[in-house]
Design a protein around this ligand. Sequence first.
Ligand code: NAP
Length: 339
Amino acid sequence: MAEQDLPATGREWHLAARPQGWPVASDFALVEAPVRQPGPGEITVRNAYLSVDPYMRARMNDVKSYAPPYALGAPMDGGAVGHVVASNAEGFRVGDAVQHWLGWREYATLDAAHAVKVDPELAPLSAYLGVLGMPGLTAYAGLLEVASFREGDTVFVSGAAGAVGSTVGQIARLKGAKRVIGSAGSAEKVATLVDDYGFDAAFNYKDGPVAELLDQAAPDGIDVYFDNVGGEHLEAAIGALRVHGRVTLCGAIAQYNDTSAPAAPRNLVLAIGKRLRLQGMLAGDHAALRDRFVEEVGGWLRDGSLRYDETVVEGVENTAEAFLGMLRGANIGKMVVQV
Ligand SMILES: NC(=O)c1ccc[n+]([C@@H]2O[C@H](COP(=O)([O-])OP(=O)(O)OC[C@H]3O[C@@H](n4cnc5c(N)ncnc54)[C@H](OP(=O)(O)O)[C@@H]3O)[C@@H](O)[C@H]2O)c1
């Protein structure tokens, strides 16, 4: 196949050092690298949006986990959406919009089997990294399947102004929750939860002990806790859960940068008498739900009953800063980088 018109080089991010505790800018390096022509069955994509996600922090540690650690001095990866600029694969044409996993870079050459075509007519491309992508599916599956949500449940979600949490709370409302409560890290985020997303109550977890704030927001207790945060939030939720309550253990962002073991929850023994169910989840286990999820959430987006926000950082050169900002809570809704 003839050489296709591609730039000689593009920029990509490498992990330069393994963070100790909170990551810093010098843990990352922006590198100019050759852009490879697509081989048989491959496509080259010019990325339009890159995803920065909390799970990437765990991949910066050299420990065995469900996702392999990033290698030092090698390109990082993650969710991305963009347009095909060269194709050597059947069924993919220049101009097609695709979602794939070679983010943290401007240009990606990959096996077309690892790319999924997305419809830019249905939603803006960036939405496929958030509300219609992995975080949206996490919210949908984590609430409806893992937590066995039932109409009339009182639901509490932490990290409620973020990509997963904002979707969890709204799905609970749309599916007939009795009461939806969220926690987030600023007064602005708390106002967004109530005014824009229709939460019944919300609090800023920095305003006092989480158990007290949750007790005020949910005086009759909760049936479901969707945990994005862990630690003190999980302890407060265990205290507030009613008999046969259910917890989706989705994330524990409060401890991702910790260098010592978490102090909470100290009250797990309550799970026995209350017959609680606490279940971990991984989005990847729920791929079979994807079509139903895109249809139902896509419908709510079209009729305006579900809203989503994005915090967009401009420029591939600001990807590491966007990641660090997300860890600090700089985002409302999904944090993405516009390349
Ligand atoms: N299990 C899975 O398959 C799966 C899939 C996707 C995501 N997750 C998990 O779901 C959670 C949310 O992910 P996301 O992509 O939607 O990210 P996100 O919520 O959009 O962004 C992360 C947010 O975490 C909050 N945060 C940071 N430190 C915190 C702390 N010490 N205490 C409380 N909140 C803190 C910040 O908001 P504030 O301003 O509110 O602090 C920040 O905006 C993460 O724990 C992630 O690991 C799990």
